[in-house]
Design a binder for this molecule. Structure first.
Ligand SMILES: Cc1cc2nc3c(=O)[nH]c(=O)nc-3n(C[C@H](O)[C@H](O)[C@H](O)COP(=O)(O)OP(=O)(O)OC[C@H]3O[C@@H](n4cnc5c(N)ncnc54)[C@H](O)[C@@H]3O)c2cc1C
Length: 314
């Protein structure tokens, strides 16, 4: 019978793992607590506005990711933004949608525990459950992965050493055109680390100018648990000054990324308990980048296949 693998997390790591396993003939079901695919490669839509409020762009260095990105570009779900910076098109979630095509996905379903039954692994979300699976891949941030894996009786000590920087983000839209014509602003000090001219990205609607502002790690940590209104009130006057806006934005909101950018990674591509059939992967294994999440997800899948005696080269 075809082996079944549950993948928890529809970010780049989970999707990369799922593709390799499917190519090897396994059946994968992808679970995510969010309603949308892609994890931190996120697009917030509100009315006719759309903002990439998480990952801003990605680069491709390794041959496997480069080949996939080339395919995305040929299919129109990714495009170059500036220099070697690539973005999803028409939004950052587009590559995730392309990768997830053909998979069974269970969205808006937060896995709260795992348990092993005679027939295999069962995943639980409140009173609801899915099973049976021959293996489970947990592709979610390390601080969330550790307690979930423990419900299944597995503990990877490496997870406790992982550190992330948070990021507080603003999304701003203007009805009247601003003089700002660049693609982005980067700052080495001060509360704001990055401002993206979101509507300058390829494939975005040019009806209204939109911007995404990321506070730096220190400022984000200091203000992490404040309300979106308080964050907006503190950060937006500075953002407006930096982009030269003379009028208030027509739309403004804030978002909190508690686990945004990996500061301390595991330094190994993935974690796998062969006896239990439980594994963990994500950007936190290798570094704070979309490509690191991809590499970790593929490595996770290959490790699983190897331990089941299925040798394939990714
Ligand atoms: C503000 C910000 C800016 C960034 N900028 C860049 C950049 O410019 N370039 C770059 O390369 N990278 C950037 N990154 C990092 C990049 O987004 C990540 O490295 C990458 O997307 C991580 O992928 P992942 O699959 O490891 O995790 P994620 O994308 O976090 O995916 C994990 C998924 O698991 C789901 N999940 C969590 N818990 C559960 C549960 N219990 N049950 C079910 N589902 C669950 C989540 O909803 C999520 O969809 C940025 C990130 C942020 C937040």
């Amino acid at each position: 019978m075809t082996k079944r693998v549950a993948i928890i997390g529809s970010g780049m790591a989970g999707l990369a793992a799922a593709r390799v396993l499917r190519d090897a003939g396994l059946t994968c079901v992808i679970f995510d607590k969010s309603r949308g695919l892609g994890g931190r490669m996120a697009t917030r839509r509100t009315g006719d506005l759309a903002f990439d409020h998480g990952a801003q762009y990605f680069t491709a260095r390794g041959p496997r990711f480069t080949a996939l990105v080339e395919q995305w570009r040929a299919d129109g779900v990714a495009a170059g933004w500036f220099d070697d910076a690539i973005v999803g098109a028409p939004g950052m979630t587009a590559p995730a949608h392309a990768m997830a095509r053909g998979f069974e996905t269970v969205m808006g379903w937060e896995v709260t525990s795992l348990n092993r039954e005679a027939s295999g692994w069962r995943l639980h979300a409140g009173d609801d459950s899915h099973g049976a699976f021959d293996a489970v891949i947990v592709a979610i941030p390390a601080p969330q992965a550790a307690p979930l894996l423990e419900t299944g009786g597995v503990s990877f000590p490496e997870l406790s050493s992982v550190a992330y920087a948070p990021c507080l983000a603003l999304m701003l839209a203007f009805d009247k055109p601003l003089a700002f014509a660049g693609v982005s602003l980067r700052f080495e000090s001060g509360p704001i680390a990055w401002i993206a001219h979101n509507s300058s990205k390829p494939g975005r609607s040019s009806d209204r100018q939109t911007f995404v502002v990321h506070a730096g790690p220190d400022w984000s940590l200091a203000h992490l648990d404040e309300t979106p209104e308080a964050i907006l009130a503190k950060l937006s006057p500075l953002a407006l000054e930096l982009i030269g806006a003379k009028t208030a934005p027509a739309f403004a909101t804030a978002h909190r990324w508690r686990y945004a950018l990996v500061q301390k990674a595991v330094g190994a591509p993935c974690l796998w308990d062969a006896q239990a059939g439980l594994g963990a992967c994500g950007d936190y294994c290798l570094g704070p980048r979309v490509e690191a999440a991809f590499d970790s997800g593929e490595a996770m899948a290959l490790r699983l296949l190897e331990s089941w005696g299925q040798h394939v080269s990714a």
